[in-house]
Design a protein around this ligand. Structure first.
Ligand code: SF4
Length: 329
């Protein structure tokens, strides 16, 4: 079925996000002429956000490498020879020093990532102390620690955790080509526990893993069906790391990445759409198109867990050139 641009006009109650996007509707967004898609995404963006404001987050790997999971894109999986060494959980002081530096560099949210399938309870004690410490510095807190039980989610909430990141990664039908050690449903279950604990959800995916456009459509439609929508939606471009099974994957065409960002913006109008991994290999022009398509969040800092990211000075200059300013609220 093909839909016309008219059928894609926002409903009269454009303020209320929809959770019933069909794949046909999301496909019709992807199929729009590029300028029409950009116009639609930018219109939705301006209805919901101040134009030109970008939320800045910093991501720190608090426990690197040695992960038992087999995510085909990930250099931290113990199954792939990528040169990433398994390290212990960082000490509290060291994490707080990094958080202070991130704050001084303009970050508003501090995300802590650990390469675990799921945290053990004694690990959670240490992470809760980190969350309390980072929060006391006046930063928003985010963690990504793998799967959580309802009790663990409650404990993190009690420590003051604002956001939990757990990505769906791709469409349900493509997912098992990328990960076999945990199911899509297990991911949805963790997201449910996080929601039930009253923690904001950060949930997105990765493109450029060899999936089809139809898979990208399926991923966006699945994210947009979450009720409520994730407050943050990171859209990552695959970083092809030597030693991982996806190292030789052909790069995704940049405009297709921009289309994915635009579809996320239109279908999840009030979410912060984060232009996440892959910026290091992206031209400034492509990033500018992503902001035009409605991306309004980036990670600041030279590293994203274990992969490179543009340096803070580089990003500051880019934001100045594009007339973007850090979100202060
Ligand atoms: S993405 Fe996370 S769960 Fe998967 S291998 Fe990497 S660290 Fe482990």
């Amino acid at each position: 079925m093909s839909l016309s641009i008219d059928t894609l006009r926002p409903p009269l109650n454009a303020q209320e996000p929809r959770h019933d996007w069909t794949r046909a509707e999301v496909r019709a967004l992807f199929d729009l002429p590029f300028a029409a898609l950009m116009f639609r995404a930018q219109s939705v963006h301006r209805e919901n956000f101040a134009s030109g404001e970008v939320q800045i987050s910093t991501l720190l790997s608090i426990k690197t490498g040695g992960c038992p999971e087999d995510c085909a894109y990930c250099p931290q999986s113990a199954r792939y020879d990528t040169g990433v060494r398994a390290e212990k959980l960082m000490a509290l002081d060291a994490v707080l020093n990094e958080a202070r530096a991130a704050k001084a560099g303009g970050a508003r949210r501090f995300c802590m990532g650990a390469a675990w399938r799921e945290p053990k309870d004694r690990d959670l004690d240490a992470v809760c102390a980190m969350v309390e410490g980072v929060k006391a510095l006046g930063l928003e807190t985010c963690a990504t620690l793998g799967m959580l039980t309802p009790e663990q989610a409650q404990r993190l909430k009690g420590a003051g955790l604002d956001f939990y990141n757990h990505n769906l990664d791709s469409a349900p039908e493509f997912y098992d080509r990328i990960i076999t050690t945990r199911t899509y449903q297990e991911r949805l279950d963790t997201l449910g526990h996080v929601r039930d604990a009253g923690i904001h959800v950060c949930c997105g995916g990765i493109v450029g893993m060899g999936e089809s456009r139809e898979d990208r459509i399926g991923m966006i439609a699945t994210l947009a069906a979450l009720r409520p929508h994730p407050e943050s939606v990171p859209i990552n471009m695959l970083v092809r790391v030597k030693g991982t099974p996806l190292a030789e994957e052909p790069p995704l065409e940049p405009l297709e990445f921009v289309r994915t960002i635009a579809a996320a913006r239109i279908t999840m109008p009030r979410s912060m759409v984060r232009l996440s991994a892959g910026r290091e290999d992206m031209s400034e022009e492509t990033q500018a198109l992503c902001f035009l398509a409605g991306a309004n969040s980036i990670f600041y800092g030279p590293k994203l867990l274990t992969t490179p990211n543009p340096g803070r000075d580089h990003d500051r200059e880019m934001m100045e050139r594009l007339g973007l300013s850090p979100l202060e609220r």
